[in-house]
Ligand binder design. Structure first.
Ligand SMILES: [Zn+2]
Length: 174
């Protein structure tokens, strides 16, 4: 009968045992430890008994290291949560201001429109601005623009309203 499993002599208890009774050791020639599992377990038990302080110290070190790691992890985690909360609040803040700005623009637009509509100088200014827009590079064009600015200033038309009128005329021309 052929043996399916090799046997090996334990260096410690000098017993011939199945290779399966020996732990794995990749560095050794046959890939197994020189001492059987039973002997290794006994040695470990004995080592722990004789070196209780060393073993406990190692355990404590492990625990401490992991406590520190855990604390670091929690710190990072909290920082990330805080960061995303701040980012959220900033986003809400921006959205709120966008809304306010749009409302403000509408109101400004309404004020400008009423300024221009109620002012009897608006038509005069418009005529000058159209003259300027026809030939903005020419001396007469620039003169028309300056004249329009002067009238608007005296008629208490705001700078914004004046520019809006100019832009509107420029856009409607094209
Ligand atoms: Zn043994």
């Amino acid at each position: 009968m052929t043996e399916l499993v090799e046997s090996k002599l334990c260096r410690k208890c000098k017993t011939l045992k199945s290779l399966l009774d020996f732990g794995i050791d990749r560095k050794s020639k046959d890939g197994h430890k020189t001492r059987c599992r039973q002997c290794v377990a006994g040695e470990n038990r004995l080592y722990k008994l004789n070196n209780r302080n060393v073993v406990n110290a190692a355990k404590n070190r492990y625990r401490q290291r992991h406590t520190a790691e855990m604390a670091d992890y929690m710190r990072l985690y909290r920082a990330r949560v805080r960061g995303s909360q701040l980012a959220d609040r900033h986003r809400q803040h921006l959205e709120f201001h966008k809304e306010v700005n749009i409302q403000l623009q509408f109101r400004l637009g309404a004020i400008m429109a009423s300024q221009l509509l109620q002012n009897d100088k608006t038509i005069e200014i418009e005529k000058l601005l159209l003259k300027y827009l026809k030939s903005p590079e020419s001396a007469s064009g620039r003169k028309a623009l300056n004249e329009a600015r002067g009238i608007a200033f005296r008629a208490k038309i705001s700078y914004e309203a004046f520019n809006t009128l100019l832009n509107t005329l420029n856009r409607s021309r094209i």
